[in-house]
Design a protein around this ligand. Sequence first.
Ligand SMILES: Nc1ncnc2c1ncn2[C@@H]1O[C@H](COP(=O)(O)OP(=O)(O)OP(=O)(O)O)[C@@H](O)[C@H]1O
Length: 316
Amino acid sequence: MRSTDPTTPVISVSGVTRTFGSGDRTVRAVDDVTLEINAGEIVALLGPNGAGKTTLIDMICGFSTPGGGSIRVFGRQPAAVTGSGRIACVPQSGGLNPHLTVQRTLLLIAAAQKVETGRVDEVAERAGITGLMKRRVKNCSGGEQQRIKFAVSLIGDPDLIILDEPTTGMDAGARREFWAAISRDADAGRTIIFATHYLAEAEEHAERIVVMAHGAIISDGSVRDLLGTRARTVTIAAVSPEDTARACTGLDARVDGDRITVAPGHSDELARRLLRIPGARDLIIHQLSLEQVFLELTAEPTAHPTAAGVDTHSTH
Ligand SMILES: Nc1ncnc2c1ncn2[C@@H]1O[C@H](COP(=O)(O)OP(=O)(O)OP(=O)(O)O)[C@@H](O)[C@H]1O
């Protein structure tokens, strides 16, 4: 890895738009996206099918150019950085010659990037594909091909790794090994961005979650920020309706039988009040799962930024 100027964002996306087609068939795949990612961040990019994740990633990797706005990677045009080995892009599909052996694939990339051939064995081991080296790419399974792409991405010792749905097709063991390798990369200070449909992976491995829908960023923050934007439900046993109503006084809460739905930020105070009621027991505060929040958020028709806050990072 090269030393990185900590004052320059690793990625700076400003007002970027990308459309496909024309006339009635115009698709705004990416719609006025602004995003900054700093050195060492691990960012998950979430969004339903067609949200614009791959289109955005392709532009950051320099595979395509924005129709409007600007993108800088390490302060430079993406295409200028892509060939340098500083950035490794693992595309969602393609990117490998099916007729080559795995070893030949890695050796060719190493030669192209002027990296010593010894590194090939090192990255193969890190990606868990040492046993596949003599096999042709086309004879490797989908999950194995994902691992090969990951190995390819590591050859140039990149500062920034961008992975588009990296674990699709991997079995549980392969996923665990993959994330262990990524976490070692993160510990080494690399910046990592991955698009995924596996919310549990985002929750477990990303410090920051960027949610896209209809080409726009609708939420940007930590898992905690994201979950904190949604109402919670409180249940408690052995409390009369009158006591419940009294406990809710002045709070943004709605009572429905033994369930109280309470606005973000009000649940702790409600819990304190309920527990002061003599005989009250079994208080539970239910929080929506990341999956439930994601589904609610991306189902919202206007898809405007939430309190998890595009603003939290756009001011970096
Ligand atoms: N080359 C293209 N020509 C026309 N439309 C395109 C093209 N590439 C993408 N699109 C459209 O742009 C929108 C965004 O697609 P994109 O692949 O970026 O979404 P995504 O979030 O990566 O989806 P997925 O999760 O399904 O991979 C979709 O409506 C898609 O059909």
